[in-house]
Each structure stands twice: as C-alpha cells, then as structure tokens.
Design a protein around this ligand. Structure first.
Ligand code: OOG
Ligand code: MG
Length: 259
C-alpha cells in the first residue's frame, strides 16, 4: 500500500496545533522515499492554505556545513513560508511553539518570478529587488528535534516563524558571498559566518530552490521572500532569551522568546 500523504500531513499539523512533539514518521513506517516526503509537505501546505493562510515565500534549509553537522543530515531541503509566520523586527514570540530554535538567515525579496529548471545565481540576483537580514525561528514537530532527511522534508523543514529586518540592499551592491553575520544569544557570540558558508554562494542556493520547484511545475513568485538557509547552527529560543543577528550591510535583527 502506498503512503497516505494526507494522513501524515494531518498528523504533523495536529502536533503543531496541540503544541506537542510527535514521533518521527520514519520510526513508524519502513520507508519514506524523498518524493513521498515532499508529497506530505505539499498536503500539509494544502491544509494550511485551506484554513485561510497564504504563501509568503519559500525556504532552503541545511545549506551550510554548520547546520548539516548540527542536525546530522547532509543534504539541502526545501520548504514553504506562510504569511502567518512572517514577523517584523523586535517582536517577542514563541509561546505557541513546541521547542523553538533561532538561526540567522539571509533573505531574498523577489521583484520578479523565478522559474526553473535552468535558473542560475546570476538570474537570482537579477530577479531580486532587495536582500535583507533575518532570523528564522524553527520548530521541529518531532520529538527531541530529531529527524531524518525525509522526516524534516515532510515537516516543511521545521519552518515556524521568520523575523525580517528593514535594512535591505540591492543584491548588486553587496557581494553576498562575503556578507558577514554575527549571531549573539543573550549577549554571547554563538556563531559567525559569511554568505559563502551557504554552499559557496547564497544566490546559488536560491537558484537550486527555483530549479527544484521547476521539477514540480512550480516557481518562486515576485513579491515572495526566500530564505537561503542558516550559516551558523541554531540555538534554543527559550522564554526570556534574546537573539540578535548583526549583518554587514544589512543592519541587525532581534527576536526574543516570550514566556
Ligand atoms: C531544519 C531546518 C533547516 C536551515 O536554515 O538550515 C533550516 C532544522 O534544522 O530543523 O531552516
Ligand atoms: Mg533556516
């Protein structure tokens, strides 16, 4: 019998809604092929759109060695960003999440559509109206924040919230590979990185995402935001914790864990 995508989508959504972690899917079935994992992700998105949410963009994850090592998964993943998850700088969030973590993100704001299969990093720069700094709050629905590649894909790559800074640059006015980021949690530096930590070039990551979507007959839309993936490892965002990502050219962004 085939894998019931709608069932597992509902299972993950219930975990998020009930704020309770759930057992990894791969602990319950013999095999979860990557195509089925993306089909569960699509079914989950359909449920979320069905109750009134809208798409604000898309994301990559596990595009840096730091993140791949932290999570024990060695391939990039692709997911969706819902409008309800996008926050502006300075807010306190999280009371409704399970075990949130935060991580710095370079965020592309698209001025034009990008549709694969043959999108290049240069095309991404052409289609991008600005690049801004952000912090993503990820929240795996799985027990102990632990998963396989297929599990994390099904779970929409742990997407939960994203805080977007206001100081954008034209992507042609800054070399995104040398763009620097300093990540601090409660005043302690927990990570530093440059854009090149993202598979050599953040724009090439976004091109990979556009090409992945192209294979499924989908595209990145003008007006969307796209996260290229965290360049440092993620840190717990517990109540009262404050995290700041400071970028060269892009200003800084802060998020605080609410009780
Ligand atoms: C998966 C999400 C990865 C990133 O930027 O690498 C991600 C996870 O670590 O839970 O968003
Ligand atoms: Mg991320």
């Amino acid at each position: 019998m085939g894998i019931d995508h709608a069932h597992w989508a509902r299972y993950l959504l219930d975990g998020a809604d009930n704020r309770s972690e759930v057992q990894a899917i791969t602990k319950q079935i013999d095999e979860l092929p990557i195509d089925d994992a993306y089909a569960i992700q699509a079914a989950l998105l359909e449920l979320q759109l069905g109750r009134g949410d809208t798409l604000a963009g898309a994301k990559l994850g596990l595009t840096s060695a730091a993140k791949q090592e932290q999570m024990g998964v060695d391939e990039p993943v692709y997911g969706w960003v819902l409008a309800s998850s996008v926050l502006t700088d300075g807010v306190a969030v999280m009371s409704e999440l399970i075990h949130p973590r935060c991580e710095p993100e370079i965020v592309f704001i698209l001025g034009e559509d990008l549709s694969g299969p043959e999108v290049t990093g240069d095309d991404v720069l052409d289609a991008t109206s600005s690049v801004v700094g952000g912090i993503e709050v990820i929240d795996s629905r799985y027990e102990a924040f632990s998963f396989t590649l297929a599990d994390v894909i099904a779970d929409n790559t742990s997407a939960a919230r994203v805080v977007i800074g206001s100081d954008g640059v034209d992507p042609r006015d800054a070399d995104l590979r040398t763009l620097g980021c300093l990540f601090e949690v409660d005043g302690e530096v927990t990570g530093t990185a440059t854009g090149a930590a993202l598979l050599g070039d953040p724009a090439a990551c976004v091109a990979m995402l556009a090409n992945h979507l192209g294979k499924h007959g989908q595209k990145l839309d003008a007006g969307w935001l796209v996260m290229a993936g965290a360049a440092t490892d993620a840190r717990p965002l517990t109540a009262g914790t404050s995290a700041t990502a400071s970028y060269s050219h892009l200003g800084s962004v802060t998020v605080t864990g609410a009780p």
